[in-house]
Every structure is written in C-alpha cells, then in structure tokens.
Design a protein around this ligand. Structure first.
Ligand code: GLN
Length: 282
C-alpha cells in the first residue's frame, strides 16, 4: 500500500514531468483536497499513513486533470480571496492577488468616509462585490456582469457567505442597465489585447474565460474607457472610481479621465512595482 509520503513524491515527480509549474505545492494541495484534509500541512502529520484504494480512486482524477494543465482552483472548485473561500469554475476568472491589493487600497483611502452604495462591474465570481460588502457592513452593493453564467457563480458565493440581502445582482453591459448613484465604483475589467491573450500561457488561455480577460481597443482599453465614461455620472460628488488595469495603460487612462472631466485622478502600482490601478474622484 502506498503511504501519503510515497504518493506525494510520485505525484510531484509526475507533475514535474508534465511541466506543472509548482509541482510540489500542487501535489500537496490536490492530495489534501482528495483526502478531505483541512490543510496540506496535515499531510505531513500523517506522512506514513497507508492509503486505501478508495482514497486513491478519489485522488487519481484530480491529479490527471492537473497534469493536463487545469488550474488547481478549478479542480478544487475553490479560490481564496482575502482569506475567504469563493467557489469558482470555468464560468469565471480565478481571482488574482493583485485584485486583493485593489480592495486594500480602496479601504485605505476611504477610511472615515461613508460608503453607502457600491457597484462592482464585471463581478465574475463576486470577489470584489462580496469583499467590499463585508468591509462596509451597512452598504448596499450592486454586482454587475454581462455573463449570466458568471452571475450564477457570484450569487452562489453571496449565498454561502450570507451576503445575499446586501448584494443585488444585475445582468448588464457595464453601466448599460444600471441606475442610481454610488459612492464607490470598482472593477477589474478585461484589459488584455487579443495579441496579449494569444501570447498568454496555456494555463490561462486554455482554461479561463476569454470574455473576462480580453478587451477591444489597440491597447485593450475599450472596457476601461466605457467604465471611466459611465462612472462620472454614476458617482455621487466626491465618489471614487477604482480600477484594476493593465501595466502600460496609464497615459491612455489619464487622458481619458481628463477628457471626461474628473476633478482628480491617479494611478498606483502593485507589490511588484508595476502600474496596475487607476483611481478617479468625481
Ligand atoms: N471581478 C472579478 C475578479 O476580480 C472578475 C474579473 C473579470 O472577470 N475580469 O476576479
């Protein structure tokens, strides 16, 4: 009988052979998931435990999926965002750490200001909408997506997190069917050009929804521009627009914001020092 230790070694080697990027980590994650353990560290507490055939039968298909390139989050059906588990599948983008930074930045400069109404455009799995609903505990949040499938995922996450009553879901193409005014408009919209998408690595391109990542415009600016245009009207005076963007769109976005008529706008970098966020005040 194989022990956990042996299976961990075999799986790690198998993943390395198949070119899986974080072979050891992913082996740990999938084995602990398949065994129903709370954390991958539990594997090491039960290192010499022999595994039964029923357990191996649960793990094998997970390992096979990862070897074919599917991201761990889709295989497990779960992604962690700001310490909270969100259900994800191929209907939505897997949330990224940069998007957590967006939430932290918003929180930092909103301190003390009342935030009653929030809108998240292109909510996907709902990470921005639901995290902000948790931070601003008396706010009403509108979560918008053009994809009904994504809205189903986001709704499920709201239900699991007991946030259903504070979050309204709306199918809309950016501000198209949105009404009312907001203190905060947030979005992590698609901002890659088609050629950037074509050059993206297979673990993104073969698995994540293109609609969540690719935007029109020579520099992938179309979606960002639609949001910048619509937000000025949708924001209450003094309200904030907070966007995640591509790393070389700063000038385009500044020009657009000044053309549209914002009183103030600025960009911010992510932890790796790259331009990644755009903010404007109405
Ligand atoms: N808002 C979601 C996220 O940040 C989805 C973004 C998207 O699909 N472009 O992960």
């Amino acid at each position: 009988m194989l022990t956990i230790k042996e299976l961990l070694f075999l799986t790690t080697d198998f993943f390395k052979d198949k070119g899986v990027e974080n072979a050891k980590l992913d082996a740990e994650l999938l084995l602990s998931h398949g065994l129903g353990l709370r954390s991958r560290l539990d594997l090491y507490l039960q290192y010499d435990r022999p595994l039964e055939e029923v357990q191996l039968a649960k793990i094998r298909p997970l390992v096979r999926r990862r070897a074919k390139g599917e991201p761990v989050q889709y295989i497990e059906g779960i992604a962690n965002f700001m310490g909270v588990e969100f259900r994800v599948d191929q209907r939505v983008l897997i949330p990224r750490p940069e998007t957590e930074e967006l939430v932290e930045k918003v929180e930092a400069f909103q301190e003390g200001r009342e935030v009653d109404r929030i809108i998240d455009l292109g909510t996907g799995s709902g990470v921005l909408a639901l995290s902000l609903a948790r931070i601003y505990q008396t706010s009403d949040v509108v979560a918008v997506d053009v994809s009904s499938e994504a809205l189903e995922v986001a709704r499920g996450n709201a239900k699991e997190q007991d946030l259903e009553e504070r979050v309204t879901f709306l199918k809309s193409n950016w501000f198209g069917d949105v009404s009312g005014k907001f203190d905060l408009v947030v979005s992590n919209p698609p901002y890659l050009t088609r050629s950037e998408w074509e050059g993206a690595s297979a673990h993104i391109k073969d698995w994540e929804p293109e609609i969540a990542l690719v935007s029109g415009g020579d520099s992938g600016e179309d979606c960002l521009f639609s949001i910048i245009e619509g937000a000025l009207d949708a924001l209450r005076p003094g309200g904030i627009l907070a966007l995640e963007t591509g790393i070389s769109q700063r000038e385009l976005l500044n020009n657009k914001a000044s053309l549209v008529g914002y009183s103030e706008f600025w960009t911010a970098t992510d932890l790796s020092g790259r331009d990644r966020f755009f903010f404007a005040r109405a």
